[in-house]
Design a protein around this ligand. Structure first.
Ligand code: URP
Ligand code: ZN
Length: 460
């Protein structure tokens, strides 16, 4: 049989290991994985790794936030995704009252659809839990969105939910096989610590870390786990930053609580001393970057499977935006770019430096996010019948990260100067090459909204 396209001679990687094979594609799908396959077109992958496209389940493109709008829109953000080997991302439709969640989803899709160059989905962000949300839940699931986000902070953005809201949402989502994800920080304690710092005249970006010590995350995550356990539904923790929280997660999972979590490259690789530099605001994100001990423990909990997903929380603000608010650490637009560097950094700092094996990396970046978020086996695997979302990764390329060569719309990278031992050279989304020899050849509007299935068995 002759296929449309065959990727020849590469090392195909899955969570269970790697093997030499060709990958054959017909139209948008993987048709076969085997030896000596022939196609009308071929792509040579000799000496390279052939990876399932990575999924980034946490992005905020063109997000109105902190008095500005994040600088990567759905085009530049998804172009950066493609360049970094990410073939599917999940952004957020954060309910903007008085709009309903469904109205917000429609509006967000209208923004994304003409701009995206890789596939995408949305989490439904709930900002006012009430009977209207209960009533529209079936519609949200019918629209292919089984995951929700709620915030334990960000009162000033109008996003904060109470513990009771979270309890009810977890319980209600569970009826349909859904899952609530949380931004878990303790707002009261942060407010107290910030007020104390203000009284003492302490300012500057390092105070961001000092006023959000680990307890502000660990308490919120412990509370959220107990709330979800009592409500009897599934919980996901976004952007886990502390080693102690990862230990709390391990203990909760061991006693059978249905809770999963992600961490991000900034928490694995950066530490809070960076806040003391003149460009400290570039690293301002919530929760803050932590200490080397936290990094080490997060790597350990990735390695032992407690933390199942690495995502980026990409929320790009350029250096001009970071200077808004006269450097007030309480208002600095929170977030940073990262989607483009997630895969090469995880490969280098994880696999090359011996913290993960290749199979674990593919689990964490592709298979687990696809399973956890209701896209498996369509996404996240190189298997017959799956979407042909494939990355050819050259482990011999040495690339020093600089914003100058990145496609993200940002004038710095938080990972500037880090040396990556390997980089994606070709990215394919549903059989179409969108990056070739590290050049973007994709197209705005090619990406498709992916309808996801429930992530648990529905109870309703
Ligand atoms: O600082 C962050 N993380 N900004 C993006 C919004 C969020 O909290 O996820
Ligand atoms: Zn968040």
């Amino acid at each position: 049989m002759s296929y449309d396209l065959v990727i020849k001679g590469g090392e195909v990687v899955s969570s269970s290991g790697s093997f030499k094979a060709d990958v054959a594609i017909v139209h948008e799908k993987i048709a076969a994985v085997g030896l000596e396959l022939e196609g009308r077109h071929t792509v040579d992958a000799a000496g390279k790794l052939v990876l399932p496209g990575a999924l980034d389940v946490h992005t905020h493109f063109q997000l109105p936030f902190c008095g500005t709008v994040s600088a990567d829109d759905f085009f530049t953000g998804s172009r950066a995704a493609a360049m970094g080997g990410v073939t599917t991302f999940i952004d957020f439709a954060i309910q903007s009252r008085p709009a309903s969640v469904m109205q917000t989803i429609e509006a967000r899709k209208a923004e994304a659809d003409p701009r995206v160059c890789v596939d995408y989905s949305l989490h439904a962000g709930i900002t006012d839990w009430n009977e209207d949300r209960v009533a529209e839940m079936p519609d949200i699931f019918a629209a292919g969105i089984p995951t929700f986000k709620m915030f334990m902070i960000y009162k000033s953005e109008g996003w904060q939910s109470t513990d009771a809201d979270i309890y009810c949402a977890v319980r209600e989502a569970d009826r349909y096989g859904g899952m609530v994800g949380l931004h878990a920080e303790n707002d009261d304690l942060i407010n107290l610590f910030q007020a104390e710092a203000e009284q003492e005249g302490r300012r500057g970006m390092y105070v961001h870390a000092l006023t959000r010590p680990p307890v502000t995350e660990t308490e919120a995550i412990s509370r959220a786990i107990q709330i979800a356990e009592a409500a009897g539904g599934a919980l996901y923790i976004f952007h886990m930053s502390t080693g102690r929280a990862a230990d709390i997660l391990k203990e909760a999972r061991a006693r059978g609580v249905d809770v999963q979590a992600e961490t991000c490259p900034q928490y694995l690789l950066l530490d809070d001393q960076l806040f003391k530099r003149p460009d400290g605001p570039h690293f301002g994100t919530c929760p803050p970057i932590r200490k080397p001990w936290d990094q080490q423990r997060l790597w350990e909990r990735l390695e032992d499977g407690t933390v199942e997903v690495v995502s980026t929380d990409t929320c790009t603000f350029n250096s001009q935006q970071k200077k808004m608010w006269q450097g007030d650490y309480r208002k600095t637009p929170f977030g940073m770019p990262g989607i483009e560097t997630m895969l090469p950094l995880t490969y280098t700092k994880g696999v090359v430096e011996g913290r993960l094996d290749l199979g674990q990396m593919v689990a964490i970046l592709s298979e687990n996010p696809a399973r956890v978020f209701g896209m498996w086996p369509r996404k996240g695997t190189i298997s017959p019948g799956s979407d042909a979302d494939i990355v050819i990764f050259d482990p011999r390329l040495e690339v020093t990260i600089s914003h100058r060569h990145l496609a993200t719309n940002c004038d710095y990278s938080p990972f500037e100067g880090m040396v990556c031992k390997g980089w994606p050279t070709t990215t394919m989304v549903r059989g179409r090459i969108v990056v070739e020899n590290r050049q973007f050849v994709g197209e705005a509007g090619y990406g498709r909204f992916i309808e996801r299935h429930p992530v648990r068995s529905p109870r309703a």
